[in-house]
Design a protein around this ligand. Structure first.
Ligand SMILES: [Zn+2]
Ligand SMILES: [Zn+2]
Length: 407
């Protein structure tokens, strides 16, 4: 199998981070963690495993953080036992090509996306599920870092991979491959929107509009048609799209966010020696960027008793002023992965809800995949995904599979 992985040995990470400051070529050099390799096709290691041949796979912001070694070694997740090798590509759609004889829910020929991790309670076949797995928020599994018998091999950035069947979900025929690769980010966005559902008449700020931001605007709108959504964007073209997807107001990162918040929410702005604070502000802020500057702003722009939902992925320590948390009782909560939610009285995964909303047109995913590359052009694909200013990229995806290679 042809597959892309990261070799996370410390010397490689340290060297690549140092050289990367001089040239981006360092991230693609033989000394870098990133590898595209031809490996022997592994046999299925257990009866409940399957083999999937990829059709398409989106590039996620979290992939880029890892490829460009954008992480501190003093943040919490680093304390977990890590695997030396991480296979890249989770926003995949592919075809099941082989099933173990204990697999019940999937058949050869099924088109699937990946929705669970290969190390959670279900994938391990644990009879008793941990609380997170039991309620369907499998990314928070308590047993995820325990040793396991078999490791998945391969990921979405490659031609195929093997994984426990419980990590896969069938895709309806009505969804295109491009839509299917957006199901994972849409499921993440719906989960985030449901962490603090907007109420009628509330003012909501979506801070940052990559693909998650655009999907989040639509998810918030689908959950609450009667709220007011403002999007903070980096570029004019993103503001235009944010309005298409349902934001009533937009302002730009280079604008004065304190003044814009005061204007759009009626908050009062106070200033002393360059230190600024608002009384009043947004009912909910979704920080989809999640860096020091945006999170500090989000905490100050939320009204007393309002909520900041941290959606953006950042593997660095930050210096935060958390006085809004006690002085204004601003709630700071996080959102990660997908979970199981109740929608119209029905309990279902945000993956299933994402697929349904795409089919119903509540989530418009047309045009979100802006660039497609064959796997061999991965350097260019990653650079295009990382440089939104230059390429106006939203979701960059690899086109995989034999038919694409032959075409
Ligand atoms: Zn992702
Ligand atoms: Zn679990």
């Amino acid at each position: 199998m042809k597959t892309m992985y990261l070799d996370l040995s410390l010397p490689r990470l340290a060297l690549t981070r140092a050289l990367g400051r001089i040239s981006r070529a360092a991230y693609f050099a033989p000394t870098a963690p990133l590898h595209l390799a031809d490996l022997p096709d592994p046999p299925l290691p257990a009866r409940d495993w399957v083999r999937v041949r990829n059709r398409m796979c989106g590039i996620c912001g979290s992939d880029l953080h890892q490829i460009f070694v954008d992480a501190g070694l003093d943040v919490a997740p680093v304390a977990l036992p890590s695997h030396q090798r991480i296979y890249l590509g989770h926003e995949m759609v592919g075809d099941v090509v082989e099933v173990g004889d204990a697999v019940r829910d999937l058949r050869v020929g099924d088109r699937v996306v990946r929705w669970g991790r290969a190390d959670d309670c279900r994938a391990r076949g644990r009879a008793e599920l941990c609380p997170a797995c039991a309620r369907g928020h499998r990314v928070l599994c308590e047993f995820a870092s325990e040793p396991r018998a078999h490791h998945p091999i391969g990921g979405g950035f490659g031609d195929s991979f093997i994984t426990p069947a419980s990590t896969l979900l069938r895709v309806p025929d009505a969804l295109s491959d491009a839509q299917a690769t957006l199901v994972e980010p849409a499921a993440v966005a719906i989960h985030a929107a449901m962490r603090r559902p907007a109420q009628p008449g509330e003012r909501v700020l979506v801070l940052g509009v990559g693909v998650i931001g655009f999907l989040l605007i639509q998810a918030i709108r689908a959950l609450q048609p009667a709220c007011e959504i403002t999007a903070l964007t980096q570029f004019d073209w993103q503001a235009e799209r944010a309005r298409q997807y349902g934001a009533q107001h937009t302002f730009l990162a280079r604008d004065d966010g304190f003044a814009e918040t005061a204007r759009l929410t009626g908050a009062r702005l106070y200033e002393k020696r360059g230190n600024r604070m608002l009384l009043g502000g947004w009912d909910v802020v979704f920080d989809v960027v999640g860096i020091e500057a945006t999170l500090n702003n989000a905490l100050r722009w939320a009204r007393a008793g309002g909520t900041v939902v941290l959606v953006g992925v950042n593997l660095r320590r930050m210096k935060l002023d958390v006085t809004p948390v006690w002085y204004q009782e601003v709630n700071l909560i996080g959102a990660v992965g997908s979970d199981v939610v109740t929608w119209n009285g029905e309990s279902l995964s945000t993956f299933e809800l994402a697929m349904r909303w795409m089919q119903e047109g509540r989530i418009d995913s047309a045009g979100l995949v802006t660039h497609r590359f064959p796997l061999d052009e991965y350097r260019r694909a990653f650079l295009v995904a990382a440089d939104k200013r230059r390429y106006r990229s939203v979701k960059v995806a690899f086109e995989l599979g034999d038919d694409k290679a032959a075409a």
